[in-house]
Write a protein that binds this ligand. Structure first.
Ligand code: TMP
Length: 209
């Protein structure tokens, strides 16, 4: 059986990735693919427990390397128990955030060297990368405002990070997109939900040809 494709959605806070996921799922299902929706941190029962540790509490609850090790433990469980089995069964996996978020948040934001992030990633998931990555780019003020109005103080540990942290995260996502044109597509996320959904679909149609 042909292996499924692994699609990731990335971007800063409140950029609108999660809103697009159901539209992308319906689009792919209409073309006959079986689709698994998942997210990071989390996506498997064990990783969802780690998610709570990571997203609740104050910004200083974990220092960046500890945070990355927790994320990596969650990621390993998620890949082994959910992502790889689904891909092997020919299903397409659409994941809300993945390793690019670690490069942006723990690397550019938290100051961990990229080679350390990469070495640990290579140990937990050798030769494994997304087939397609949509990177949502939105002015930081708008994204943070949106995120705040829906988090109600829950799972908002990263939202509470200072503005310059979010600036570094955004710059890094732009760099990742520029450096990886074989898999990344930068989405101007200030457009309407409908326009963004059409844009993702037309990009997918090009790739499916
Ligand atoms: P979200 O579910 O609202 O996207 O929130 C998840 C948060 O986790 C978001 O603030 C970014 C953060 N995160 C990292 O810092 N590093 C990572 O590798 C991942 C996957 C998420």
């Amino acid at each position: 059986m042909e292996r499924g494709k692994f699609i990731t959605l990335e971007g800063g806070e409140g950029a609108g990735k999660s809103t697009q996921i159901p539209y992308l799922k319906s689009f792919l299902e209409a073309r006959g693919y079986q689709v698994v929706i998942t997210r990071e941190p989390g996506g498997s029962p064990g990783a969802e427990l780690i998610r709570k540790l990571l997203l609740e509490g104050t910004p200083t609850r974990w220092e960046p390397l500890t945070e990355y090790l927790l994320l990596s433990a969650a990621r390993r469980d998620h890949i082994e128990k959910v992502i790889k089995p689904a891909l092997e069964q020919g299903k397409w996996v659409v994941c809300d955030r993945f390793f690019d978020s670690s490069l942006a948040y723990q690397g550019a934001g938290g100051g961990i060297k990229e080679e350390i992030l990469q070495q640990i990633y290579d140990a937990i998931a050798p030769y494994f990368e997304p087939d397609i990555t949509f990177i949502f780019d939105l002015p930081i003020e708008i994204g943070l405002q949106r995120a705040k109005t829906r988090s109600f103080g829950l799972e908002d540990r990263f939202e509470q990070m200072p503005f310059d942290f979010h600036q570094r995260v955004q710059d890094k996502f732009r760099q990742i997109s520029a450096k990886n044109p074989h898999r990344c597509y930068l989405v101007q996320a200030h457009h309407t939900v409908e326009d963004i959904s059409k844009e993702l679909q037309s990009h997918m149609i090009k790739l499916l040809k």
